[in-house]
Design a protein around this ligand. Sequence first.
Ligand code: SAH
Length: 220
Amino acid sequence: MFKEMLGPKYDAYLAFVRKQMIKDQIESRGVRDPRVLAAMQKVCRHCFVTEDMVSRAYEDYPLPIHANQTISQPYIVALMSELMGLRGGERVLEIGTGSGYQTAVLAELAGTVDTVEILPELAREAKARLEKLGYSGINYKIGSGEGGWPERAPYDAIIVTCAAKTVPVAFTAQLKEGGRLVIPVGEEPQELRLITKTPAGLEESNICAVRFVPMLSRGS
Ligand code: SAH
């Protein structure tokens, strides 16, 4: 409806709404990385939600997408992106493409983005959406991401956007030295963990409580 009312001013209006989202929901909670904030400003979250949710696209919640899945809350997307410590040019892996929103934010921040989605319908929709928005150079895989993407490893950073009961060994094995894994772990509410691979072993820190859909297993 707004689209028809505002005509050519629609995009400018949404850019303004995104600016408010960043100020009120993201910077106010402590995300400061200017590259992450710029990526959140650039990526049109309303392009990744179903039509009935467009008017709520910049609110402070996860939203339903198809197949009983969700697009993550903007703050959580920004926080997880910041934790990945990207400076540009990195090779990153995302487990759980979903709507493709986090994928787009990563494409703004890193060099190569590989993304794995278990539900074929969502994977296909996300790919079509991202291509339409002009994101090229993303590698898509349909299937379970529990084992990472060994053929394309190692990665500078891995982000998991569904919750694992425990941290799959494949993920830390597929990190480069100095690489970072950002993953929700455990039962709901899960713990968001940052795991860094150092020469001395894995360093882990708990960031905050989060709610993600569970990581599905092959065959479930
Ligand atoms: N990053 C997404 C959030 C998606 S929700 C976004 O911004 O929209 C989590 C996604 O993980 C869902 O699409 C779900 O289907 C997917 N998923 C669940 N288990 C998975 C698995 N084992 N491998 C790959 N994807 C999985």
